[in-house]
Design a protein around this ligand. Structure first.
Ligand code: HEC
Length: 152
């Protein structure tokens, strides 16, 4: 029966084709192997990459932050002008330059005392009307001093 033989041949060839296809699938790589070549990170020039110091510049606390001090001065502006003119209290223009001459204290210490204990030294011609700002933190006072330094 030639019909059946043709049929068997057909089935056989189809099966062979499948086998070939399966084999070729294994042989032909579907994807190029990815080669990974790690490269060393480029040297970054940092201001101080030698030590363990953080790279970001933190504001120098000892120098004070005049902008923060300006914000704090809101509590002072009701009584103090920032030029030389008198309000309730003396005008604070140039205060840093004269602060060291007021008492035996240096300028920073005198201003800190003026803020925390205003009654300890009362400027000639003024009444002891200034309230104590003893609740201010050390850095608040430092920032206020930094701001007062900018007034002339
Ligand atoms: C209610 C008013 C008032 C407020 C608010 C006030 N002051 Fe005064 N301040 C005075 C008066 C009055 C004097 C002068 C009398 C004295 O020495 O205590 C003075 C004196 C000073 C002096 C000494 C000035 C000098 O020429 O020697 C400094 C510094 C000063 N104040 C800083 C400040 C700062 C900083 C603040 C805010 C944190 C502030 N004051 C808030 C009234 C005030």
């Amino acid at each position: 029966m030639p019909g059946k033989r043709v049929y068997l041949l057909l089935v056989a060839s189809i099966a062979t084709l499948f086998v070939i296809a399966a084999c070729s699938e294994e042989v032909i790589p579907t994807q190029e192997p990815v080669e990974f070549h790690p490269t060393a990170a480029a040297e970054v020039d940092r201001p101080d990459s030698s030590g363990d110091e953080p790279v970001a510049e933190a504001p120098d606390a000892s120098a004070g932050d005049a902008d923060a001090g300006r914000n704090l001065f809101i509590s002072c502006g009701a009584c103090h002008n920032t030029d030389g003119s008198t309000a309730v209290g003396p005008g604070l223009g140039g205060v840093y330059a004269r602060a060291g001459e007021r008492t035996a204290l240096d300028a920073d210490a005198y201003i800190e005392q003026s803020i925390r204990e205003p009654g300890a030294f009362v400027v000639d011609g003024f009444s002891p009307l200034m309230p104590s700002f003893s609740y201010l933190s050390e850095s608040d006072v430092t920032n206020l001093i930094a701001y007062l330094k900018t007034l002339d």
